[in-house]
Design a protein around this ligand. Structure first.
Ligand SMILES: [Zn+2]
Length: 422
């Protein structure tokens, strides 16, 4: 079941579903978070709790794990499976403990305590307090023991609390408010769309990564041990000011794809995503011209390029030698653009998307190719898949004082922006 969900999310995921490769874990093709030091007190204030906010279930890792690291500074309660009253009140774990599955009895161990069954739910009145691995989260943490003996850690968190972090995780704090409000609305739409699609799934609706959309939580630690904020007073205000607003197409939630930089024109959604609604049509966008990856170049030696190409062609049962000719077959670059490669003997065709999956470190599937005496030269545009809202373009539009509605209507032409109706 979980594998099916993972596949579904891979197919539907907003960020770069079809492009997910290990090289993109650090470089997901989204505009990314602002790098501000954490100041946890700054977001625990006298805000009213979010009302009428459905609960999201967010898997904190991209796959199940043998164990998780856990810590918290306040006492908390553990509930077993579906129980409505707590099993045990726990003392804090200010130092990290390990959470893992046990076999005798079949259960889950946290620190020195073992609990029987397939699920423990951790609740605290001191939220945000729970640390899982290197992130601290608001809401509850559920540890599921799978039949494989591995564990899933799932954060159960109200939608609007979740969005308070997604806005900062997905878009730099330096981007103008209207761009970040548009981000909040499409992130909310995507989350609710996923929740609707995963209603029958047992464990979770979304990943905390760009497999769905980036969610860093309340704060997190970098590899170097630095603590950074995963949300801010401002990102929470932006979520609050847009609370409940979603995008609809023909009266329905849809997968509001977005990427960091379109490079001049967005990409037709149906080329890449089976569930893309018709309004995900290419639109011109010069608003992202200030982005570093608006235009880019990459060069590979003919030997290295021939090596990558021959790996792909050998999967087709074809031996490919040294590249001697390269032709841009399609007039327009993009994931569906076709390129013909020759080694002096045979000729083979690949699309922009296939080439992006083949060569490491290509920021987007939108490029033209030139073959010189020594190199294969990529002349590219944009960062990410290019479908839907362009995050740097939203920034450019907001700087030109366009409204949130202007931004959403530009990238999702004909969209309806409306209060959520469950
Ligand atoms: Zn753009």
């Amino acid at each position: 079941m979980r594998a099916r969900l993972a596949l579904l999310v891979l197919i539907l995921g907003v960020g770069f579903a079809f492009y997910w490769r290990s090289t993109e874990k650090q470089n997901p093709g989204h505009a990314g978070p602002g790098q501000e030091d954490a100041s946890p007190e700054s977001t625990i204030d006298s805000e009213e709790p979010f009302r009428d906010s459905p609960e999201m279930r967010v898997s904190l890792t991209n796959s199940s794990r043998n164990s998780f690291r856990f810590a918290c500074s306040q006492p908390f309660e553990i509930y077993l499976e579906e129980a409505s009253s707590p099993q045990q009140r726990m003392e804090p774990f200010p130092d990290e403990v390990t959470v893992e599955a046990t076999t005798n009895p079949l259960g889950i161990q946290i620190g020195a305590e073992t609990f029987p069954g397939k699920l423990i739910r951790l609740k605290t009145s001191a939220s945000p307090d729970f640390w899982v691995n290197d992130h601290q989260y608001r809401g509850e943490i559920w540890f599921h023991r799978l039949d494989s003996g591995r564990l899933l850690a799932v954060n159960h968190v109200p939608l609007e609390e979740y969005l308070g972090s997604v806005v900062d995780s997905e878009m730099p704090a330096t981007f103008p408010d209207n761009a970040r409000k548009a981000q909040a609305i499409i992130a909310r739409t995507y989350a609710l769309y996923r929740r609707q699609e995963t209603a029958d799934e047992p464990y979770f609706d979304l990943y905390a990564s760009t497999l769905s959309q980036q969610y860093l939580g309340f704060q997190y630690r970098t590899n170097g041990g630095r603590r950074l904020a995963g949300e801010s007073k401002i990102s929470r205000r932006l979520a609050r000011e847009t609370a409940g607003q979603v995008c609809l197409y023909e009266g329905k939630l849809f997968s509001t794809y977005y990427s960091a930089v379109c490079g001049g024109k967005t990409t037709e959604g149906s080329i890449l995503f089976p569930d893309a609604v018709p309004l995900l049509q290419p639109v011109p966008c010069e608003y992202c011209a200030a982005a570093e990856l608006y235009k880019w170049e990459r060069r590979w030696s003919i030997r290295q390029a021939s090596d990558y190409l021959s790996r792909e062609f050998s999967r087709r049962g074809i031996r490919f030698g040294e590249l001697t000719k390269c032709e841009n077959v399609s007039p327009e670059p993009g994931p569906a653009a076709r390129f013909r490669f020759e080694d002096g003997r045979i000729s083979q065709t690949l699309t922009g998307q296939q080439i992006r999956n083949l060569f490491p470190d290509l920021p987007s599937p939108t490029f033209k190719l030139e073959l010189t005496d020594e190199q294969l030269h990529f002349l590219g545009a944009g960062h990410g898949h290019g479908v839907g809202l362009c995050q740097w373009g939203a920034r450019g539009m907001a700087i030109e004082e366009k409204t949130v509605e202007d931004i959403l209507n530009h990238y999702y032409p004909g969209v309806t922006i409306t209060p959520r109706q469950d």
